[in-house]
Design a binder for this molecule. Structure first.
Ligand code: ADP
Ligand code: MG
Length: 438
């Protein structure tokens, strides 16, 4: 197929802002399309990562629409220029560290109870870098806004701050690691150190990436100390709380705890709806409120997938010239709409266990102490603890007013039995899977 990218570029232009289009889409070049794979050429790895993170969902949707097939994208990087002087040595085109995603601003960040604290901390740091919270450590699950907030700090400082743009650095921990590896390989450690240690603001994304990488941790530790001693602002993000990052040096962990640690929780429905509305407005998608609620309550609590969903919906609606309705959403998102699971209750568990052993549910709840009933009862108690959110006390209540020590005893008993007897373990697992599929 000839240049399909040329066909979809104008459609993307209609969906995203002009700035983003010029920065991130225009430079992409088409290489080939074969076997449902579209090969695109991008300027560098950094660029590729941005495109994947921010535009791949829409690229895929449009490719699928154009080719009528599930299409994969492969990225190739433009050959880096050779330095003529030294044969065979590549001159790494150095990527500026202050290329912030123009969409990731504080203005575009919807604040709700889940992220209010992290947002406030980032704002404080932006208005007073190095003086309020240093270091600032932000952690959350994926897709909840860490990268957005880091970029918002950068964007804010570029626009309002007095900092020298050259001395604001945003870098992922992975990129930092790669730079270090390159510096080691080309014997450029001096450059590497100078570059990072002279920054005024160091924003490092996904620090958990350097866990287990001793050399990177050591280098980062020294960079950290230099900046910290000079009252330069350091902000790091992570998908885990410092103490929960495995294979992480203690001295680094404790330094993260010197400053402020802020987490971002999963958004509630209202925040998700507010985010959808804001994005819809930015992307010129007409999103009725009932549809927004439908999307918010049927997708994961991950804002990235929420956003991906909206982009796909918007693209689909605009390509088909149709309004955004719940039916359209069901059609476009069929595969990701969360399967609403029926809640597992203690009664369901008792019923399934009783039926497996051909006894009556009332016998399970009774106080009868014969083995043919006691063991099913203990299994039911064990599964109630495992599969429901009930406390030990309330489980005891549901099983005919037993106290919590009896409940604990039953659970222990089943756990031990499962450890030593394979057949018994598989019986319990079989019942568990029946309960889950009711
Ligand atoms: P993380 O780095 O925590 O994995 P990101 O910062 O990449 O998450 O966020 C994923 C997507 O969700 C981004 O496009 C971001 O703009 C968006 N997003 C996250 N939180 C918000 C929010 N509160 N308001 C608006 N957009 C948000
Ligand atoms: Mg991120």
């Amino acid at each position: 197929m000839s240049n399909i990218l040329a066909q979809i570029k104008p459609k993307i232009a209609g969906i995203i802002s002009e700035d983003s289009y010029k920065t991130w889409i225009e430079p992409i070049e088409f290489v080939e399309y074969e076997d449902n794979k579209c090969v695109l050429m991008v300027p560098n790895a950094f660029f590729r990562d941005w495109v994947i993170e921010n535009f791949e969902a829409v690229l895929l949707a449009l490719l699928k629409d154009t080719t009528k097939a599930e299409t994969k994208i492969e990225y190739v990087l433009k050959k880096e220029k050779r330095d003529d002087g030294k044969k065979g040595v590549f001159v790494r085109r150095s990527v500026p560290y202050n290329l912030f995603n123009p969409k990731y601003t504080f203005e575009n960040f919807v604040v709700g109870s889940s992220n209010q604290f992290a947002n406030a901390a980032c704002l404080a740091v932006s208005t007073n870098p190095g003086k309020t919270y240093n270091p600032l450590f932000i952690y959350s699950g994926v897709g909840l806004g860490k990268t957005h907030l880091l970029n918002a700090i950068g964007n804010f400082l570029l626009k309002h701050g007095s900092a020298n743009p050259e001395k604001i650095c945003y870098i992922t921990a992975e990129h930092f690691t790669n730079e270090l590896i390159n510096a080691l390989r080309y014997e450029k450690m001096e450059d590497f150190r100078n570059r990072f240690r002279k920054m005024d603001i160091l924003l490092i994304d996904d620090i958990q990436f350097i866990a287990g990488k001793e050399r990177t941790q050591a280098e980062f530790f020294h960079t950290f100390n230099t900046l910290y001693d000079n009252m330069k602002q350091i902000v790091v993000t992570s998908d885990k709380f410092p103490a929960d990052i495995e294979n992480f040096e203690e001295r680094l962990r404790s330094r993260f705890e010197w400053g402020l640690i802020a987490d971002i929780q999963s958004p509630d429905i209202e925040t998700k709806v507010a985010i959808l509305n804001k994005k819809a407005e930015n992307d010129n998608v007409n999103l009725p409120l009932d549809v927004a609620f439908f999307i918010a309550s049927n997708t994961e609590n991950n804002i990235r997938s929420l956003e991906g969903a909206l982009i796909r919906i918007g693209a689909f609606a605009s390509l088909n010239n149709s309004p955004v309705t719940i039916d359209l959403v069901k059609e476009v998102l069929g595969h990701i709409i969360k399967q609403k699971k029926k809640e597992i209750t203690i009664d369901i568990i008792i019923k399934e266990v009783a039926s497996y052993f051909s006894i009556k549910p009332s016998e399970i709840k009774s106080a009868r102490r014969i083995r043919s009933i006691m063991q099913p009862r203990q299994i039911a108690i064990y599964l109630s603890r495992k599969l429901t959110g009930h406390s030990l006390v309330s489980i005891g209540d549901k099983f005919g007013g037993k106290d919590h020590t009896t409940v604990i005893h039953s659970i222990k008993k089943i756990e031990e039995e499962m450890k030593i007897k394979k057949e018994f373990k598989s019986v319990v697992e079989k019942i568990e899977s029946r309960i889950k599929s009711t």
